[in-house]
Design a protein around this ligand. Structure first.
Ligand code: PLP
Length: 219
């Protein structure tokens, strides 16, 4: 199957309220262009330098989502162009994004990453850390970021019930967030679901799926 075919199959299976982020990490620009020519405009990368190189080479109406863990000292390389940062999991990182966004005269959209998986290795905050961040005076002062919602990754397992349980938990936190006033925010995006679990994620309320290998093939 070609990239264009894979893309078409996935797109027809997604409900209209779900945005597809084509995760193109490690793939050459030629592959991204194949997706672009099939109509895809939103790409996800997990390394800032690789994303910046691809941004330079690709048509300028492509949108770039940073989906991986962000190192504070690299924020400056994506600040001029990134359209959504999925993996924000600390006030310190948010401060740096705000600072670099200001330098570029932009407002950068962010998702706060929540830890919902069993594995210790996955990044993200718990609910208490989320509440502390959102209630902090420093956060209220940030004029160059906009929090658009939450992102999370389920445990890597075949146990679909466990995956559904974790996504449902994240959806509940998301709904709760929509119900109380958060400064610098416009809560509408729930980023959950990858190639192996996006169908479950959508059933659990995802509005944005990040799909790589089912489009571009194995990495
Ligand atoms: C790589 C990656 C994906 C895509 O994974 P696939 O299994 O290839 O669909 C989604 N989200 C994050 C955070 C990733 O790092």
């Amino acid at each position: 199957m070609s990239i264009a075919n894979n893309l078409q199959n996935i797109k027809t299976s997604l409900p209209p309220h779900v945005t597809l982020v084509a995760v193109s990490k490690t793939k050459p620009v030629a592959d991204l262009m194949e997706a672009y020519n099939a109509g895809q405009r939103t790409f996800g990368e997990n390394k800032i330098q690789e994303m910046a190189e691809k941004w330079e080479q690709m048509p300028k109406d492509a949108e770039w989502h940073m989906i991986g863990h962000v190192q504070t000292n690299k924020v400056k390389y994506m600040a001029p162009f990134v359209s959504l940062v999925h993996g924000v999991d600390s006030l310190k990182l948010l401060k740096e994004i705000n600072k670099q966004a200001k330098k570029n005269n932009r407002v950068i959209n962010c998702l706060l990453q929540m830890h919902i998986a069993e594995e210790e290795t996955k990044f993200g905050m718990d609910e208490k850390e989320l509440e502390e961040l959102l209630a902090s005076e420093e956060f209220a002062q940030m004029e160059n970021i906009k929090v658009k919602g939450l992102m999370g990754m389920a445990t890597f397992t075949d146990n679909e019930q466990q995956i559904a349980k974790e996504f449902t938990q994240l959806k509940a936190i998301f709904d709760n967030l929509k119900n109380y006033p958060v400064p610098n925010s416009e809560i509408s995006v729930l980023s959950m679901g990858m190639s192996g679990d996006y169908k479950i994620a959508i059933e659990c309320g995802s509005t944005m799926v990040r799909i790589g290998s089912s489009i571009f093939g194995m990495r």
